[in-house]
Design a protein. Structure first.
Lengths: 267, 231
C-alpha cells in the first residue's frame, strides 16, 4: 500500500520504519497494561537504532570509494561500541567494559579475520562492513546474555561458591558450574537460529540477495555460511567473556567479590 | 590471662582484627585466641558482627586491620587454599554440591589432588552418625542429615581449626542435639580448635569452654563460659 502512495525511496523507507515502530510500540503498550514498563527504554532504543543505522548508511555511502582497509577502522569502532553496550547490561560485574570489548574483539574479530583470509567474506567495504557488523552484533548479544546469566547464577549461589572456597577450592573451580551454565544459555539463540533456518524463518540477508537477483541456491548456502560464522563468533565471544569474568569475580586472595547489593571495583 | 606457653599453643590467634566497608564498621579491634581441643563461642545479638568476624578467620573476607595467626604464622603468608583447608568452616546452611554424599566428602581432598578412600569416607560418616549414607543422593537428605554431611565434608580436609557459623540455627530440636553431640566430640576426640558463632547463650554454655560477647562489631566481654554467660 505504501509503495502506491510514495514513489520517493527515502520517504518510503521512513514510512515503512514508522509502521514497524508502531507495531513495536503496540506491543510495549500491551506489556504496560500487564505492569511491564518498557516505553521509555524502547522509545530511546528505536530512535537511537534508527539514527545509528541511517548514520552508518551515510558513512557507507561516503566510504564506498575508499580502500578496503578503511573498513577495519569501522569494524574496530563497532566492536568498542558493542563492548560498551554489552557492559551496560552487566552493570554490577567487575570490569564489564574491558571484558566485553576483549571478548567481542576475540570472538567476532578473529572470525572476521579468518573468513576474510579464507575468502569467505569479500573485502569490498560494502560486503565486509555489513557482514562483519552482523557478527559483531550477534557476538554483543551473546556476550550480554552470558554475562547476565553468569552474574545471576553466581549471585543465586553465593553460598555454594563460598562453601567450595571454604573447602580449599580455587576461585576458578568454585564458579566453574556457572561458567558452563552461562556459556550454554548464551548460545541458545544462535543454536535455535541454525536449527530453524529455512523452516521457521528466512533471514534478511538471503531475502536481500534474492531481491538483488542472486541465485536462490547460492543465497541459501551463503545464508548458512553467515549463520555458521555468527555461531562461531558468538561461541568464541561467550567463551572468552565467561572465562575472563571468572577470574574477575574473585580477589587475589580467592574471595568472592560479586555479592548481592555490593558494588564492585571497576564496574 | 594465659601463660606464654599457652599463647604459643594457640591454634588461631586474632590480633586487633577489623573490617570496615564504606560507611560501616563490621568488626573492630577483635583480639582473642583459640587453643587445641577448645571451643570458643562468639555470642551477641543479630548484626553484632559475629559472622563477619568468623569470615575473617579463614579469610573469606579480607581484614582491613589486624591479622590472624595460624599455629604462630601470619595467615597472609599462607596460600588461601591451604589456609582454608587447615581452617575448616561449617556454615549456617550446608550448601551441599549436587551428587552423592561421597562426592561431597571427596570434594575438599580432590582440590589438592588427593583421593579420599572408601574406608575414610565410611569412618567420617560414622563419626557424624551417617554410616551407610555414602551412596545417598544429597537431594534426598533431611536438613539435619545434610548439616551432618557438611560436618563430615569439612572434616575430610583434616582441619586444625573449625569455624562453626550457627550450624544448628536452621535445624529442628532433634537434629540440633545430634549436631551438638558432633561438635562436642570433635573438640574432645579430635583435638580440633573450634570457634562457634551462636545467638543462643545456652548453646554456648553446653558446647564451649570460653566465650566472647560482641556488640556493634566490638568484643565487649570475654572469659570462661561460666563467668561471662552468668554475668
Amino acid at each position: 500500500m505504501l509503495k502506491h502512495l510514495l514513489s520517493n525511496q527515502l520517504q518510503l523507507g521512513l514510512a515503512q520504519a514508522a509502521v514497524a515502530a508502531l507495531a513495536a510500540l503496540a506491543v510495549v503498550l500491551l506489556a504496560r497494561k500487564r505492569g511491564i514498563q518498557l516505553v521509555s527504554e524502547l522509545t530511546i532504543a528505536m530512535v537511537r537504532g534508527l539514527v545509528q543505522i541511517v548514520a552508518v548508511g551515510s558513512i557507507l555511502l561516503l566510504l564506498l570509494r575508499s580502500p578496503s582497509w578503511t573498513s577495519a577502522f569501522l569494524l574496530i569502532a563497532m566492536i568498542v561500541a558493542a563492548g560498551a553496550t554489552s557492559a551496560r547490561r552487566a552493570k554490577a560485574m567487575p570490569q564489564a567494559f574491558q571484558v566485553s570489548t576483549w571478548a567481542i574483539a576475540c570472538g567476532a574479530g578473529s572470525v572476521i579475520a579468518i573468513m576474510v583470509l579464507a575468502g569467505v567474506i569479500d573485502t569490498p567495504i560494502t560486503a565486509l562492513v555489513p557482514v562483519g557488523s552482523m557478527l559483531i552484533a550477534n557476538a554483543m548479544n551473546t556476550n550480554g546474555l552470558a554475562l547476565n546469566r553468569f552474574r545471576s547464577d553466581v549471585l543465586a549461589h553465593v553460598g555454594e561458591v563460598e562453601a567450595a572456597l571454604a573447602l580449599g577450592a580455587d576461585g576458578k573451580n568454585s564458579v566453574a558450574p556457572y561458567v558452563q551454565g552461562a556459556f550454554e544459555a548464551s548460545l541458545i539463540p544462535a543454536i535455535d537460529s541454525l536449527r530453524s533456518l529455512g523452516i521457521v524463518w528466512i533471514p534478511g540477508l538471503m531475502a536481500g540477495m534474492l531481491l538483488s537477483g542472486a541465485r536462490p541456491v547460492y543465497a541459501a548456502i551463503y545464508q548458512f555460511v553467515v549463520l555458521a560464522m555468527i555461531f562461531a563468533a558468538s561461541g568464541l565471544t561467550s567463551l572468552v567473556s565467561t572465562l575472563m569474568m571468572r577470574a574477575r569475580v574473585m580477589s587475589p586472595a580467592e574471595q568472592l567479590i560479586l555479592r548481592p547489593g555490593q558494588k564492585t571495583a571497576g564496574s | 590471662m594465659n601463660t606464654p606457653a599457652q599463647r604459643d599453643a594457640a591454634v588461631l590467634r586474632a590480633e586487633n582484627l577489623g573490617r570496615s566497608v564504606p560507611e560501616k564498621v563490621l568488626v573492630e579491634n577483635a583480639t582473642f585466641e583459640v587453643f587445641r581441643g577448645e571451643t570458643l563461642a562468639i555470642v551477641g545479638p543479630s548484626g553484632s558482627g559475629k559472622t563477619s568476624l568468623l569470615r575473617l578467620l579463614n579469610r573469606l573476607d579480607e581484614p582491613t586491620s589486624g591479622t590472624v595467626s595460624l599455629d604462630g604464622q601470619d595467615y597472609r603468608q599462607i596460600p588461601p587454599r591451604d589456609l582454608r583447608r587447615r581452617v575448616g568452616m561449617v556454615m549456617q546452611r550446608p550448601f551441599l554440591f549436587p551428587g552423592s554424599v561421597a562426592d561431597n566428602l571427596r570434594f575438599g581432598p580432590r582440590q589438592r589432588g588427593e583421593n579420599l578412600t572408601d574406608e575414610r569416607i565410611e569412618k567420617l560418616l560414622a563419626g557424624v552418625g551417617l554410616a551407610e549414607y555414602r551412596s545417598r543422593d544429597v537431594a534426598n537428605l533431611s536438613g539435619g542429615e545434610a548439616q551432618r554431611v557438611s560436618f563430615a565434608r569439612t572434616l575430610a580436609n583434616s582441619p586444625e581449626a573449625l569455624l562453626l557459623d550457627e550450624p544448628t540455627s536452621a535445624l529442628d530440636e532433634d537434629s540440633k542435639r545430634e549436631v551438638e553431640q558432633i561438635i562436642l566430640q570433635i573438640g574432645r576426640e579430635q583435638g580440633i580448635a573450634c570457634v562457634l558463632v551462636t545467638h543462643d547463650p545456652a548453646q554456648a554454655s553446653r558446647l564451649a569452654q570460653r566465650v566472647v560477647v560482641m556488640e556493634a562489631g566490638r568484643i565487649v566481654r570475654a572469659g570462661k563460659i561460666g563467668e561471662v554467660i552468668r554475668a
